[in-house]
Design a protein around this ligand. Structure first.
Ligand code: DX5
Ligand code: ZN
Length: 226
């Protein structure tokens, strides 16, 4: 049976109190921590690096889903693995050697993910389907939180769901996910929903309600509601 996972993106967390916010979003019902790494080169913004990931690692036992929006990625894979990432996702657009990057992630003993920008076809991952644990469909152009969901992502999600064809690969969506569109996202075939602004809005007292609203919208759309 499908299971919906909600992954708070800590790009929207309180950076002045990041460790506490990581713990809070998991206590509030988040299933894993989505960690956004931006280099000011592959995407037009800079977030933080492996030292910060290592520092917040002790705040929770939840899995760290590390989304590398950096190019090149290969020179930094080991650092993000050692910092405590459980899943490491690289962008298909980040370099010419996607296959090599995925091999390197698995050689480090981590789960390997591949992400696609809104303008990239799912055909980019056709030849790596047997070496990945996760596909991350971007539903905004990566770089910033708080952008609007690009509806064309839904069709791409459905096509990737068909390509997965029963393999043990998670299908994750990232960007502009809210309770208003989480149902469509789940119905299209996604099972991991990343949420930055929709998870962290309103301050710590609201995280649990925010995460519950996302989960309920997704689950009810696919007939899983309690
Ligand atoms: C965007 C990041 C996202 C971002 C999502 O480049 O990869 O994970 O934090 O934020 P929202 O949910 O606000 O679009
Ligand atoms: Zn992300």
């Amino acid at each position: 049976m499908r299971k919906i996972r909600i992954l708070p993106s800590i790009l929207s967390a309180d950076f002045a109190d990041l460790g506490a916010d990581v713990a809070a979003c998991i206590q509030a019902g988040g299933d894993m921590v989505h960690v956004d790494i931006m280099d000011g080169h592959f995407v037009p913004n800079i977030s933080f690096g492996p030292m910060v990931v290592q520092a917040i690692r002790k705040s929770t036992d939840a899995l760290f889903d590390t989304h590398l929006m950096i190019a090149p990625a290969d020179p930094y894979l080991e650092a993000f693995a050692k910092a405590g990432s459980d899943i490491i996702t690289v962008h298909a657009e980040a370099g010419p050697h996607l296959h090599r990057s995925l091999q390197a992630i698995r050689a480090l003993g981590k789960k390997a993910g591949v992400s696609l920008n809104p303008g990239t076809s799912e055909t980019a991952i056709e030849h790596v389907m047997d070496m990945i644990d996760l596909v991350l469909v971007m539903s905004v152009n990566p770089g910033f939180g708080g952008q609007s969901f690009i509806p064309g992502a839904l069709d791409k999600i459905s096509r990737i769901r068909a390509m997965i064809a029963g393999r043990p690969i998670a299908l994750e969506v990232d960007g502009g996910v809210t309770p208003a569109n989480a149902g469509e996202v789940a119905a299209a075939g996604a099972d991991w929903l990343v949420a930055g602004s929709a998870a962290f809005k309103g301050g710590r007292s609201q995280y649990a309600a925010n995460i519950r609203a996302l989960r309920e919208a997704a689950e009810s759309a696919i007939g899983l509601a309690a």
